[in-house]
Ligand binder design. Structure first.
Ligand code: HXC
Ligand code: NAP
Length: 291
């Protein structure tokens, strides 16, 4: 057993149709590859059709399973409805949708124009709302069951300086997750979220750690497990949350970050810096006070 390996049996997702927004690159691409490998009909969507086509071809060459690329800007409700119609016509039904598309960049908030702030809110929060509303309405009307999986971040609940529009948007997505998990459960629709810590992707690293920031702030150092995430371990969690093995998990956000956010939160976690040999002396000092 190894976290870099796939966790599910071959063909576990046979006859399942899964839409992944932002599926042409980064984590979405890794999810697409793994779910297709498990036999799912995978639809990848984003704004850049050429990129989607290249990704589809790359995955098809590797695992011999067709991937369906559909251009769709999640900010535009009509495009989202059209994408869902095409996917339904092609595969007869959609079983799951992963709200993975995102936009983000670091910036002091006072440097942002109103449009810059809106751009991130529109992709992340409005985009997730558009996909959820359009497909949710369709599932309810057709009496089909389905699963939504939303990709958020740990700063959805802690907040974070320098990525404030993203923090606001991801917090909204988390609220959507917990709200609809309850409201739509009666229709057989589940909704969960994953909060990944750092998983290297070009999209995120170019915008969050440009230039030599990668070297200056090696993210491994702020993670208790002293490593960044592997795409396969995230893909395993995605597969689990879309599978029937997680049928009783609803409205949950699962963190996969090596303990990163708790490292920043625990009041006395700074004591990690105390060298082993100092503990005898510290213990004596504490015990001495009892007298
Ligand atoms: C300040 C900026 C800016 C920057 C753009 N803008 N970049 N402002 N600093 N670095 C401003 C622009 O001037 C413009 O405002 C507005 O934002 C919209 O910019 P456009 O380039 O016109 O937008 P668009 O072409 O739609 O591109 C969206 C984008 C881009 C978000 C700006 O980066 C993108 O396409 N991103 C998609 C992929 C992505 O971001 N992946 C990373 C996800 S990582 P004005 O006022 O001039 O019109 C992630 C990880 C989270 O979410 C957690 C990690 C641990
Ligand atoms: P990425 O490769 O940049 O993925 C983002 C995707 O969103 C791109 O494929 C992009 O494609 C698509 N997208 C952007 N705007 C869109 C729009 N308006 N309509 C449709 N698609 C759009 O970055 P990533 O790191 O894999 O991020 C994937 C997800 O994981 C995001 O939700 C991100 O917030 C989350 N996340 C990542 C990390 C990490 O460490 N990597 C950590 C926590 C959370 P186009 O440009 O072609 O549209």
């Amino acid at each position: 057993m190894n976290y870099k390996q796939g966790m599910f049996k071959e063909n576990s997702f046979f006859n399942q149709t899964i839409v992944i927004t932002g599926g042409g690159s980064g984590l979405g691409k890794s999810m697409a590859k793994y779910l297709a490998k498990l036999g799912a009909n995978v639809i990848i969507t984003s704004r850049n059709f050429e990129k989607l086509q290249n990704t589809a071809e790359e995955i098809e060459a590797e695992i011999d399973k067709k991937i369906e690329p559909i251009a769709c800007d999640v900010r535009d409700y009509e495009q989202v409805e059209k994408m869902i119609t095409i996917a339904n016509e092609k595969f007869g039904k959609i079983d799951a949708l992963i709200n993975n598309a995102a936009g983000n960049f670091i910036s002091p908030t006072e440097r942002l124009s109103a449009n810059a702030f809106d751009t991130i809110l529109d992709i992340v929060l409005k985009g997730t709302k558009n996909c959820t509303l359009a497909l949710g309405k369709h599932w309810i009307k057709e009496k089909q069951q389905g699963t939504f999986l939303n990709i958020v971040t740990t700063y959805a609940w802690t907040g974070s300086a320098y990525v404030v529009p993203s923090a606001c948007a991801k917090a909204g997505v988390l609220a959507l997750t917990r709200s609809l998990a309850v409201e739509w459960a009666k229709y057989g629709i589940r909704m969960n979220a994953i909060a990944p810590g750092p998983f290297p992707t070009k999209g995120a690293w170019d915008r969050l750690l440009p230039g030599d920031l990668k070297e200056k702030f090696d993210l491994k150092n702020k993670i208790p497990l002293k490593r960044v995430g592997e795409h396969q371990e995230l893909a395993n969690l995605v597969a689990y949350l879309l599978s029937d093995f997680s049928a009783y998990i609803n409205g949950e956000v699962i963190t996969i970050d090596g303990g990163e956010w708790l490292q920043g939160a625990g009041e006395f976690n700074f004591l990690e810096q105390i060298p082993e040999e100092m503990w005898d002396m510290l213990e004596q000092m504490i015990r001495a006070k009892k007298k």
